[in-house]
Design a protein around this ligand. Structure first.
Ligand SMILES: [Zn+2]
Length: 252
């Protein structure tokens, strides 16, 4: 006999199911792998007090581990496997109490995630990880600034970052173009927004179609505007010269 809608509601209210701890370890560890990298896109534009608050906020995996012993044990096992498999770059030395591995992993923020060198900078496009400049260039090559993206691909701010300019429209799915991944950093004391050139090119193709043809048309139009401005300036100069000549004639 089919159960009534009321029965389903009663079941959910009186018998809550913990679907997460019911997952096998392999699946849970995949979830941890996915949650582990973190990224705050506009970090370079945040106020100092907000940054301090963020640094004090526990990682989502730490919050998860606090919910029950079962998830804490799973997280410890996952973290132990992670540091052992990255032992060379993570400079792994087993702790006496292996159950503390997960805490240690979350606090591990002093070495490049790729080469293990001590470094204080973060990866621009995944700033939850420490990453040296060399590895950042290697693993996220061909990054460009927002200014370069606008000039090279004739894009506007609202096309590159619609979520900042039209958040309501984006929330309601009005933006049909792909959302760009980006990061922010300080470059020579200037807050800079960085994209991957290939991501920007794909967006430009979605908006303009053939990017090379579009940019060639833009250059031709710019050349035509420049020629017209120069012709107008020359015409004005000649009129000024003629005017001065007439003034001189009338004076003598
Ligand atoms: Zn490195």
């Amino acid at each position: 006999m089919a159960s009534s809608p009321d029965a389903a509601v009663i079941d959910l209210a009186t018998k809550p199911k913990d679907h997460l701890t019911a997952l096998p370890s392999e699946l849970l560890h995949l979830v941890f792998d996915y949650v582990f990298p973190t990224h705050i896109e506009d970090i370079a534009f945040l106020q100092e007090d907000v940054l301090v608050r963020l640094k004090k906020t526990p990682h989502d995996l730490e919050k998860l581990a606090m919910t029950c012993h079962s998830l804490r044990d799973e997280l410890d096992a996952w973290a132990r496997h992670w540091v052992i498999s990255h032992a060379e770059i993570a400079r792994y030395k087993p702790l006496k109490n292996q159950k503390k591995e997960s805490s240690r992993l979350m606090l591990r923020a002093k070495h490049c995630i790729f080469c293990g060198k001590y470094c204080s900078r973060s990866a621009i496009l995944s700033n939850g990880f420490r990453c040296c400049t060399k590895c950042d260039l290697k693993h996220w090559p061909d990054k460009i600034t927002k200014t370069q993206a606008k000039e090279e691909f004739n894009l506007r701010d609202h096309q590159l970052l619609p979520q900042q300019h039209s958040p309501v429209l984006v929330k309601h799915g009005a933006n049909k173009f792909p959302r760009l991944r980006y990061g922010t950093c300080m470059t020579s004391n200037i807050r800079t927004t960085m994209f991957l050139r290939e991501d920007v090119r794909r967006l430009a193709e979605a908006i303009h179609g053939d990017v090379e043809a579009h940019m060639a048309a833009q250059r031709r139009a710019a050349d035509a505007r420049k020629r017209k401005m120069e012709a107008n300036a020359e015409k004005k100069r000649q009129m000024d010269v003629e005017w001065m000549r007439l003034i001189a004639q009338s004076t003598y």
